[in-house]
Design a protein around this ligand. Structure first.
Ligand code: P5A
Ligand code: ZN
Length: 516
């Protein structure tokens, strides 16, 4: 480890562990802050811009809370700090838990030979401008160029051709979590638009027929909604208009998250591939009558945009706000000492032990910093609960418990501290979701004309009647300079009105937004 951490950080790190914060066994302590470490709390508070300036807030927060380091010298490539990576690990553990019920995890090669990559015409067209090519092995030019996967259809499907034999092999549901490369030409942003997507979860399924594949697309979307629910993030689901579907798919259904600046982030997509790829990759199975049939397929993906959504939806002016399930540290205990007190120190370490023994990730911060400096630091890191124990608390055999999401301070009996913490975790999770849901609902605006859409689109999502015709849709996008996400599932997609372009009456409501 010491080879990779600059020496001056390592020094901080060692001091921190040795003398400052007592690290309880169930939590890792991370590298000392790389910036601002020597500033007073009052100065530091100023260094995080207000969340109302979302873009500045986001970029600064990634660094000061130690999620991503953007200083890697290649555009669109970023480095996970260990703390950020810990959040990623816990987030992707949820994804694995949800998928492992009826998918199997696998891993395919990064390099795809040109001839396989070039098989599916639509797919090539969609990705040709985004592919990185490996052309040489050392000084020798390769006989066949190799693509760095921008996504793995063309790596996986040649193997599916070999693996799929009979209807008894189906459905086949595999997934992998890998890095993929896309030479993005739009503005790159950490966690949001990367040239190396480090955390690409892609699932690829094979089915006997179109209907079964369609059901899988629905199931994928259900899984993604549950995944985001576990992150306390509300989502909007809609089928993308035809011009915005995945290259090579019959249709694409997407999960979008509304960001604080009113733009939407496409945070997961599921594609019905019909037998389009099966035909080009010759994926056939023997049906119950002994006849050869082309398989039907789906694929669906999520990236570290999920972490971008997590940070952006819940964070506030003080820094990260993390749902307990994915918080690397769930509870910080801070002794409130006026001089030395063995009783308070003991009460703190007893509480830490109790929580730790019961699987709660705790840090006992008994370092020399003033309490205010400690509050600042752990708030920035998004720790869901802070427990303070001072002389008055101890006299009542109690602790002061402070919630990161609401700032509410309550007194809790020390002899029931585990239950007190657990019930607050549940309540924090629900509160974060409800808050985010309210904020989403308040920023979906009903509009009857494109002029109204223009007036609202900078605040959030506009809902407007759309006949569903391509020409009308494209004209609407052009006129307001925003995208049609689609006609959403559920009530949001139903209504009554006239298409703003052709004036035809319709029961379909489209949603439009500025997108990342
Ligand atoms: C589905 C998985 C696919 O690639 N093939 C396998 C299908 N779909 S997709 O829509 O192109 O990508 C899936 C999701 O990945 C996110 N994403 C990105 N995240 C960060 N940086 C990028 N450059 C990037 N490109 C796509 C999106 O959330 C997308 O829905
Ligand atoms: Zn129309």
């Amino acid at each position: 480890m010491s080879r990779f951490i600059p020496h001056k950080f390592l020094h901080f790190f060692k001091i921190l562990i040795a003398y400052k914060t007592k690290v309880v066994a169930c939590t890792v302590n991370y590298m000392a802050e790389t910036r601002n470490a020597d500033k007073k709390p009052e100065e530091k508070a100023e260094s995080l811009p207000s969340k109302s300036k979302f873009s500045e807030w986001y970029n600064e927060l990634l660094l000061v809370s130690q999620i991503m380091d953007v200083r890697y010298p290649v555009k669109g490539l970023y480095v996970w700090f260990p703390f950020g990576f810990d959040i990623r690990k816990r987030t992707y553990a949820i994804m694995r838990e949800l998928l492992d019920k009826d998918h199997q995890e696998t891993m395919f090669p990064l390099l795809i030979p040109e001839n396989e990559f070039m098989k599916e015409a639509e797919h090539i067209k969609g990705f040709e401008n985004e592919v990185y090519w490996v052309t040489h092995g050392g000084l020798t030019e390769l006989d066949m160029k190799l693509a760095l996967r921008p996504t793995s259809e063309t790596a996986i499907y040649p193997m599916y051709k070999v693996w799929v034999r009979s209807h008894a092999d189906l459905p086949l549901r595999l997934y992998q979590i890998v890095n993929t490369f896309r030479y993005e030409t739009k503005h790159t942003r950490p966690l949001i638009r990367l040239r190396e997507i480090t955390s690409f979860k892609e699932a690829h399924t094979v089915h006997t027929d179109w209907d079964d594949a369609a059901k899988q697309v629905e199931e994928a979307i259900r899984i993604y909604q549950e995944f985001y629910r576990r992150l306390a993030i509300p989502t909007i689901v809609s089928r993308r208009p035809d011009w915005d579907k995945f290259p090579g798919a019959d249709y694409t259904t997407a999960v979008d998250v509304l960001m604080p600046d009113g733009k939407t982030l496409q945070s997961g997509t599921a594609h019905h591939l019909a037998d389009n790829f099966a035909k080009t990759f010759d994926i056939k199975y023997e049906d119950i009558n002994g006849e050869q049939q082309y398989a039907h397929q789906t694929c669906y993906g999520v990236s570290e945009r999920s972490i971008a959504a997590l940070i952006s939806v819940h964070g506030d002016d003080k820094g990260l706000v993390l749902p307990p399930e994915v918080a690397p540290t769930q509870v910080v205990i801070i002794p409130i000492l006026f001089g030395k007190s063995d009783e308070i120190s003991k009460a703190c370490s007893d509480a830490a032990d109790t929580l730790c023994e019961n699987g709660i990730r705790v840090v006992l911060d008994d370092g020399d910093d003033r309490p205010g400096a400690k509050y600042y630091k752990w708030e920035m890191k998004g720790v869901p609960l802070r427990i303070e124990i001072g002389p008055r608390d101890l006299k009542n055999n109690a602790a002061t418990v402070v919630r990161r999401d609401t700032g509410v301070k309550e007194t809790a009996p020390l002899n029931n501290i585990l239950e007190e913490v657990k019930t607050r975790f549940e309540s924090i999770h629900e509160n974060l979701f409800e808050k985010a849901k309210k904020s989403l609902d308040e920023r979906i605006f009903d509009c009857a004309s494109l002029n109204e859409v223009k007036g609202k689109i900078h605040k959030g999502i506009a809902r407007i009647p759309w006949c569903g015709e391509r020409e009308c849709g494209l004209a609407m996008e052009e006129e307001v300079d925003a995208g049609i996400l689609g006609i959403p599932q559920g009530d949001v997609g139903k209504g009554k009105g006239n298409c703003p372009i052709c004036n035809k009456e319709t029961g379909n409501m489209a949603i439009m937004a500025r997108t990342y």
